[in-house]
Design a protein around this ligand. Structure first.
Ligand SMILES: *Cc1c(COP(=O)(O)O)cnc(C)c1O
Length: 426
């Protein structure tokens, strides 16, 4: 248990990592759907939510689906069919094919590759953006020159270096699936994330910056892709008087009720971003004398500031040992670690979270390839202690954490949170 705490009064109401923020219009659109009996996966809320999302991203088509994961699944399937031809029933469009994937991310980024029979190969993270490292990606093409699909996530709402990734992808004739689930509203150079991939998705899960309680959107500029995804998501019916099927279908369409929530939320996206940005900069300002840094913002990026994160300087890490499912640490004067800070947050009724544990460290993916800028990360893991080899994802996971980032957090609540984190380094 956390024991550097002296007299910080627990927060009266819990501060969440990131919880839904409702405004009222959501209920109006839900009610409208109810009263007109469009209580299904068809209706005005869906049409409007799709239209508004496409407009915000600056792409031609958005298809409303039941989750961000569903959107990613169909994006990955579409990419697979584009590159490798039609799906063999029961084997998936990516059967036996390697796909390069972000490594430090939520597993929903990579699972769809496996749904389609593919084999994720993980690309290490860069310190600049905490996203896929373009140099490691280039290295990966040296090792696996046949790969034709890249799945890249923009973590915590900060865009990765998508134009450098694009340059590498084009050089090797690969398609990009962009997982903008966490970064809705974030901009890279002149464009929005979700507008750079050949196929892209965003999420409206309950803790994302805009929510539909659950839901997601598939994004594209090609009408035929949008039509295909809409068809697959509604059980892949052919145009016939009966239920006629030529392809495998899914029940992935968004409900008109969820779309009502999304429709009510969308006008508040910019407000949510402003609130989250203020939270990020307040942390940054108040931690400037601590041996820590905030999650970085690369040049020419405007994040959506979905989650504020902290990285503890190497020299200020107390001893922390993580097993597969548990952790031990030793409290030390002047030092701390993510576990101690997370416990301190719990002690005052606030919620933080460890950094996404990198996929190459996950038991489910321990046999998959992992490439760092030095080359094959798996081959080098054993030599870790004896070389200058860096595994950036493992390092950020070791030293980093997500801070309470709820946009309903008051300045006073945030000041208490800042105070208890300062005590951790006492
Ligand atoms: C939330 C999330 C998803 C999945 O979205 P759901 O709507 O929860 O299915 C995918 N990738 C990342 C990086 C996410 O954070």
């Amino acid at each position: 248990m956390f024991n550097k705490e002296q007299t910080i009064i627990p927060l009266k109401s819990k501060v969440w990592l990131s919880s839904p923020t409702m405004h009222g219009e959501e209920l109006k659109y839900m009610k409208e759907a109810f009263e007109t009996n469009w209580m299904s996966t068809v209706g005005e809320n869906i049409n409007e939510a799709e239209h508004m999302t496409a407009e915000k991203i600056g792409c031609k088509y958005a298809v409303a689906l039941s989750s961000g994961t569903a959107a990613l699944h169909l994006a990955v399937k579409l990419a697979g069919e584009k590159v490798y031809g039609n799906t063999v029933l029961g084997k998936g469009a990516l059967h036996g094919r390697r796909v390069f994937c972000s490594d430090m991310t939520f597993d929903a980024t990579v699972n769809p590759v496996v749904y389609e029979g593919g084999i994720p190969v993980f690309i290490d993270t860069e310190y600049d953006s905490w996203n896929m490292d373009p140099a490691s990606l280039e290295k990966a093409f040296e090792i696996y020159p046949d790969v034709k699909i890249i799945v890249i996530a923009h973590l915590y709402g900060t865009p990765g270096k998508i134009d450098e990734i694009r340059r590498v992808a084009d050089k090797h004739g690969a398609l990009i699936v962009e997982d903008a689930a966490e970064s809705f509203g974030a901009a890279y150079k002149s464009g929005q994330t979700g507008g750079y991939g050949d196929y892209a998705c965003i999420s409206f899960n309950g803790n994302k910056i805009c929510t539909g309680t659950s839901g997601g959107m598939f994004l594209t500029n090609a009408k035929e892709d949008a039509d295909k995804v809409r068809k697959w998501s509604t059980q892949a019916r052919e145009n016939a008087p009966w239920y006629q099927h030529e392809e495998l279908g899914y029940n992935y369409r968004m409900s008109n009720i969820n779309a009502g929530v999304v429709r009510g939320q969308l006008p508040y996206l910019e407000e949510h971003i402003r609130q989250k940005k203020a939270i990020y900069y307040k942390y940054k300002e108040n931690f400037k004398d601590l041996p820590v840094s905030m999650n970085p913002i690369p040049k020419e990026c405007e994040p959506n500031y979905w989650l504020s994160c902290l990285l503890i300087d190497k020299a200020a890490m107390c001893r922390q040992v993580r097993g597969e499912k548990d952790v031990l640490y030793t409290s030390e004067h002047g030092k701390s670690c993510p576990t101690e800070i997370l416990e301190a947050l719990v002690s005052i009724n606030a919620e933080g979270r460890p950094i996404w544990k990198p996929m190459h460290m996950q038991p489910i993916y321990r046999m998959n390839g992992f490439v760092t800028r030095d080359g094959n990360g798996r081959a080098r893991t054993n030599a870790y202690i004896h070389s200058t080899f860096v595994d950036v994802g493992a390092d950020i996971f070791e030293r980093g954490l997500c801070l309470p980032s709820d946009n309903k957090m008051t300045p006073e609540q945030q000041e208490n949170i800042i105070e208890i984190i300062k005590r951790c380094f006492a």
